[in-house]
Design a protein around this ligand. Structure first.
Ligand SMILES: NC(=O)c1ccc[n+]([C@@H]2O[C@H](COP(=O)([O-])OP(=O)(O)OC[C@H]3O[C@@H](n4cnc5c(N)ncnc54)[C@H](O)[C@@H]3O)[C@@H](O)[C@H]2O)c1
Length: 676
């Protein structure tokens, strides 16, 4: 019976995909009552522009539907600030199926469909009805018509055609070649002068651009596993900076805030890094949810109790994560009074979005804050700024006692400085505290080429994932035997991670895995996967990576914040990366505006690549991965980063056809003696 049902569902699924926009107008339908809806967007269009937005939306549909759809879309625009075309959301279950289940003429297209669906799976996506995968506005497509048309094109695509996606809109299938990418994705590419946040509001409402975040609009999001791994690597390396060699992180405190979409990874990462994590969260529901889901061990809502519990954990050198329901500023202040020593401090509240609920003021209840946001936004802004100043003062008192504080990519230092907080260095230009990329990920990982290499087992089988874990571990162990001292620690951390990966239970949606590896590691793991596919040991594998990486992203306050030659405000590296990957064998490439830190603040890109066990796949993976990593190392080395200089020279010794321009270093004395 079940098989018959599955068969029927499968047939319906294939038919719907091949149909694209249905030939009969589907019934209008209400949003499900329990849907986690995207926030209502700004009502930014004037009435002429609203008409233009409707004209734009209706061009996807036959004329005879326009009367009915125009009224409905106008209502969506009014209610939500956007036209999602919810009526056209397909009725089949959205999830990553096995690659064999997709109606496709080439496997590469089927692999892309699988990844698209994974990014819209309700178990994975934040606001699936609005096609938002994560980060509140990280979109896969702008509307359901774009989804339907794109999937149809993918089902028709042959291996000498390329689908060009303009911010979710499928411009069409164009003849190309088997060497070309099957899909080229651009998201939010603007003429530079039109990249202010309100430009996103306006042009997204018009239906002509979208914010693809990093991995949402590039179909490479794999759930919380990526952020848990990144945070684990960051916390472990931060401890190495503050502890003596060989000293354990057990019983040492990592204090931070936020248990939201990404920040909820912190306690789990703290546990893997063997410390005591204290994470403050003002939203009791968010804290309770994370506790129930097993992301954090204990929940405390009373400050006296928190102090007592933390002292006990310190004395017993426990590994434990504690969520404190309350404001982070109270914790910093009270730990100072009670002389609780914090080894590591950071913050992951949503300060990229400070005025509408990303950061809550102290001494005001959560409910009252939400009322102020709605009814007295100017008062709320003042309260947030007061809190940021207090927050900075409390952090400063602890760092004077020896706490190591770092900004974890959430714009804490930027907003604290804008609020007049005491966070500036003596030169008045830099911040007092480093960002995690400046101090940790940049010099310890990115400059050596270590970054977030990920893969998805396209068969959908968990046994395949287990086999790839084992293959990756044995490849890394073999490479490590001959690795130089400089990268031994990174190799070991990732070998430990991959060996424990299954027991950390982080798979949500597709059978995906992540680890950090350098160019050699990525290439050798990929080749070993391709060999295993060829011998029939495992099914096909999709390779990819986060955009938060060595080469793909130019982001002056994050990924490229440790570039000090003035070029961190340029975006040449990210553009070269996407172009370079596209003619070296990527199955799809993507380039976005604003991923991670906000519209206009970053240019970020990535790729996807299907390994199918063929000799062609081996040739492509070697060519593309070598460039994908070393493009960034070359740029980092030219910026005079010594770790990158070491790494690129090593790569040139290994790869005779690679010839990179190296920087000559001028002595400081020569420059200091000039009167400039
Ligand atoms: N470093 C990285 O690799 C990385 C990756 C992703 C996101 N980020 C950044 O991290 C931030 C958090 O992202 P998210 O998706 O988890 O956001 P989110 O909005 O889902 O979660 C933030 C949480 O902080 C809580 N909060 C706000 N003010 C607080 C306060 N004063 N005290 C205690 N709790 C408070 C909120 O209630 C919320 O639950 C964002 O700014 C994001 O850009 C960094």
């Amino acid at each position: 019976m079940e098989t018959a049902m599955n068969f029927q569902e499968q047939a319906l699924f294939k038919e719907s995909i091949q149909q694209g926009i249905p030939s009969v107008l589907p019934q209008a339908k209400p949003y499900p009552a329990d849907a986690n809806r995207a926030p209502k967007r700004k009502d930014i269009l004037n009435s002429d522009e609203k008409q233009l937005a409707l004209r734009n939306a209706l061009r996807y549909f036959p004329k005879e539907w326009h009367q009915e759809l125009a009224a409905e879309f106008a209502q969506e625009l009014k209610d939500f600030g956007r036209i999602y075309m919810y009526r056209f959301k397909p009725s089949y279950h959205m999830k990553a199926r096995s690659i064999a289940d997709y109606p496709a003429k080439c496997q590469q297209a089927a692999a892309i469909m699988l990844m698209v669906e994974n990014n819209l799976d309700p178990a994975v996506a934040q606001h699936p009805q609005e096609l938002i995968t994560y980060g509140g506005n990280g979109a896969v497509f702008q509307n359901w018509a774009q989804y339907l048309l794109s999937m149809k094109y993918l089902s028709e695509m042959e291996s000498d055609q390329t689908l060009h996606l303009y911010s979710g809109h499928p411009m069409g299938l164009f003849p190309s070649s088997t060497e070309a990418p099957r899909v080229v994705v651009t998201n939010g590419m603007m003429i530079p002068n039109y990249s202010r946040p309100d430009d996103w509001e306006k042009f997204n409402a018009l239906g002509v651009t979208q914010y693809g975040q990093m991995t949402a609009g590039s179909f490479m999001y794999i759930g919380p596993q990526g952020i848990v791994h990144g945070t684990t690597i960051t916390v472990m390396n931060a401890f190495r900076k503050v502890l003596n060699k060989g000293e354990s992180s057990k019983g040492k405190i990592f204090l931070t805030a936020g248990l939201g979409g990404m920040s909820g990874a912190q306690p789990k990462a703290g546990n893997i890094a063997n410390c005591i994590t204290v994470c403050a969260e003002v939203n009791a529901n968010a804290a309770t949810k994370r506790h129930q889901q097993g992301w954090v061990d204990e929940l405390i809502d009373n400050m006296d109790e928190l102090v007592a519990r933390v002292k006990e954990a310190q004395a017993a050198e426990e590994v434990v994560s504690i969520a404190y329901i309350g404001n982070i500023v109270d914790v910093w202040e009270r730990f100072f009074e009670n002389e609780v020593f914090i080894h590591l401090g950071s913050d992951q509240t949503s300060l990229h979005n400070p005025w509408s609920g990303g950061y809550y003021p102290v001494d005001i209840s959560y409910e009252e804050s939400n009322r102020l946001i709605r009814e007295e936004p100017e008062v709320f802004k003042v309260k947030v700024q007061e809190t940021l100043r207090r927050h900075a003062d409390a952090v400063n008192k602890h760092t004077a006692r020896g706490t190591y504080f770092f900004d974890y990519g959430n714009a804490f230092l930027l907003e604290a400085s804008r609020a007049g907080g005491d966070v500036m260095a003596e030169n008045g230009i830099d911040f007092k505290y480093p960002s995690y990329v400046q101090d940790i990920l940049g010099p310890m990982c990115f400059d050596y080429g270590f970054g977030p290499f990920r893969w998805v087992c396209a068969s959908g089988k968990s046994e395949d994932l287990d086999k790839t874990d084992a293959i990756a571990a044995s490849v890394l162990e073999k490479i490590m035997q001959e690795s130089p001292e400089e990268i031994q620690q990174q190799m070991q951390d990732n070998i430990t991670w991959i060996k424990d990966a299954k027991q950390n239970n982080l798979v949500v949606g597709s059978q995906a895995r992540i680890l950090y590896a350098d160019a050699q590691g990525r290439m050798e793991i990929a080749k070993a996967f391709n060999d295993a596919i060829n011998s029939g040991e495992i099914g096909p594998v999709v390779l990819g990576r986060d955009h938060h990486d060595v080469s793909g992203t130019d982001s002056p306050y994050r990924e490229t914040s440790n570039i000090y030659d003035g070029s961190r405000f340029t975006a040449d590296m990210a553009i070269h990366n996407v172009i370079g990957d596209s003619f070296r064998g990527a199955t799809w490439v993507s380039i976005h505006n604003g991923g991670g830190v906000g519209w206009g603040e970053v240019t970020n890109g990535g790729f996807g690549m299907l390994l199918d066990g063929t000799a062609d796949a081996e040739r492509k993976l070697k060519s593309m991965l070598l460039f994908d990593v070393n493009n960034g190392i070359a740029r980092r080395s030219w910026a005079r980063n010594s770790e990158a200089n070491f790494a690129i020279k090593r790569e040139m010794a290994r790869t005779p056809k690679l010839k990179v321009t190296l920087a000559n270093l001028v002595d400081d004395d020569i420059l200091n003696n000039l009167s400039l």
